[in-house]
Design a protein around this ligand. Structure first.
Ligand code: FES
Length: 156
């Protein structure tokens, strides 16, 4: 019996641009697909998209920087999103933030030197009932205290 490996390849930039070339109105979809290749949209990649679609680089850059789900710099393996909306703020989000900053040595908008964590602010995560709350990638953590969030981070 022969065992073959399943090698799923990501599309390359040229292929994605080619796919959307005739649909310049689909810039958001294109940017989503391109971001899956490297995890972020570099300046060089945005230039190539603009050239490929025949639109201005400033338009591509404007869209990529307007939506928070697009990244224009490399991010860590784990993205920590800390809620900065009022209910979390009132229930201790600042202490949780300080504990994360102290544990990882980064501020919001930064990535740890080992590339493991990126810290970002977000608005309400819809978890106000368990405020203060954070998300780490797709996992949610609520009812946090500074000790509890340190414990969570040490388990990664
Ligand atoms: S205000 Fe923080 S989860 Fe809603």
């Amino acid at each position: 019996m022969t065992v073959t490996s399943c090698n799923i390849q990501k599309p390359n930039l040229g292929e994605v641009i080619e796919k959307y070339k005739e649909f310049p109105g689909s810039l958001l979809d294109l940017l989503h697909e391109v971001q899956e290749i490297d995890g972020y949209l570099s300046r060089d990649v945005m230039q190539q998209i603009a050239e490929g679609l025949g639109i201005s680089e400033s338009k591509v850059y404007g869209v990529a920087t307007f939506y928070s789900l697009f990244k224009t710099a490399p991010t860590g393996q784990f993205i920590i999103r800390i809620c900065e909306s009022a209910p979390c703020h009132i229930r201790g989000a600042q202490e949780v933030l300080e504990a994360i900053e102290e544990t990882l040595g980064i501020k919001p908008g930064e990535t740890t030197l080992d590339g493991k964590f990126t810290l970002e602010f977000t608005s309400c995560l819809g978890l106000c009932g368990v405020a203060p709350a954070i998300m780490i990638n797709d996992q949610v953590y609520g009812n946090l205290t500074s000790d509890r969030v340190k414990e969570v981070l040490l388990n990664f």
